[in-house]
Design a protein around this ligand. Structure first.
Ligand SMILES: [Zn+2]
Length: 311
């Protein structure tokens, strides 16, 4: 595992994750959507069985209960254990309605392999519970008010009062880590961000327009966006540390564009298959778009983004 992974993912949440609604329960947003081209989607990738067995879960739960604060409900939702201090019914509803809903669709679309370890999803009912318990359980005060994934703690730590969207965003990261460990931050955060406002289209998870749109549209009007070649070439460290304020949104709406043209899952598979000779994903992007002139493509994409709406 990349030793930079944990700080990078923590950093993502410092800079990029903001509250979002549990959007798959919401009505579809009013954004302008071009017709989706129907394309053959490659067969789902074949995954390895989850390494954790029922005895592993039993042991995990036993150890968890030894350090469980009072008033928490624990729900097994493989490959996660969901733990929360909202009402037991609400915690169960989040486990089935958000975690299971998202995991099932994300696995079907992209991620054949489960995370290597059993991961805990801590859902704290408000900001105070989140800060106090994060400090007590993990030894550090969170730097983000919303939530984060910590690979080293094997935990997603969420202030769930800020909405279920951030939870879906963070769920993408351990799956990406298990399935595409060399994935650069632009694609990891682009996909996480895409699904922080999500819904079902048939059996598929789709991202909807969200709060990141307005800033992106301002940057497009001011001609401030880097090229896609620059964005995809950005190192993971630079993506977080030297974000001009548009990295997440530019990556998100590139993937949104691919989604709306029925190309996103194909792009994931092509890029994943070519990841060694195309580590940035840029050549795979050109290939999937069938584009030789990426400057012209970016102009077209920018015009498209300016037609989108949120809310
Ligand atoms: Zn993230």
């Amino acid at each position: 595992m990349n030793s930079l992974w944990t700080p990078l993912i923590l950093a993502c949440c410092l800079l990029g994750c903001t509250p979002a609604e549990p959007t798959h329960l919401m009505a579809k947003g009013p954004g302008v959507r071009p017709p989706v081209l129907q394309r053959a989607i490659p067969e789902p990738l074949r995954g390895r069985p989850h390494p954790a067995r029922s005895t592993d879960y039993a042991k995990h739960l036993r150890l968890l209960r030894q350090r469980l604060p009072n008033g928490f409900t624990v729900v097994l939702e493989p490959p996660f254990v969901v733990i929360g201090d909202e009402s037991p019914a609400r915690v169960r509803q989040r486990a089935a309605g958000t975690v299971r809903w998202a995991v099932k669709r994300l696995k079907r679309a992209y991620f054949p392999d489960d995370p290597k370890h059993i991961l805990d999803i801590w859902l704290f009912k408000d900001g105070r519970s989140y800060r106090e318990h994060a400090k007590r359980l993990f030894g550090e005060m969170p730097d983000t008010p919303y939530g984060y994934y910590s690979s080293s703690d094997r935990a997603l730590v969420m202030n769930i009062s800020t909405g279920g969207g951030t939870l879906v965003h963070e769920i993408v990261h351990p799956f990406m880590e298990a399935n595409f460990p060399s994935c650069p931050a632009w694609f990891n955060e682009g996909l996480g961000s895409l699904y922080e406002q999500s819904a079902s289209r048939g059996q598929q998870i789709i991202g909807l327009t969200n709060w990141r749109l307005a800033g992106l549209q301002r940057a497009i009007r001011a001609a401030r966006l880097p090229s896609f070649e620059q964005l995809t070439r950005t190192s993971s460290r630079a993506f977080y540390d030297r974000d001009p304020g548009t990295n997440y949104a530019q990556a998100r709406y590139l993937l949104y564009y691919l989604q709306e043209r029925g190309l996103l899952r194909r792009y994931y598979r092509v890029y994943h298959a070519q990841r060694r000779r195309d580590p940035t994903g840029y050549q795979s992007l050109r290939q999937v778009l069938g584009e030789t002139d990426m400057t012209r493509f970016q102009k077209r994409w920018e015009r498209y983004v300016l037609t989108l709406q949120f809310p």
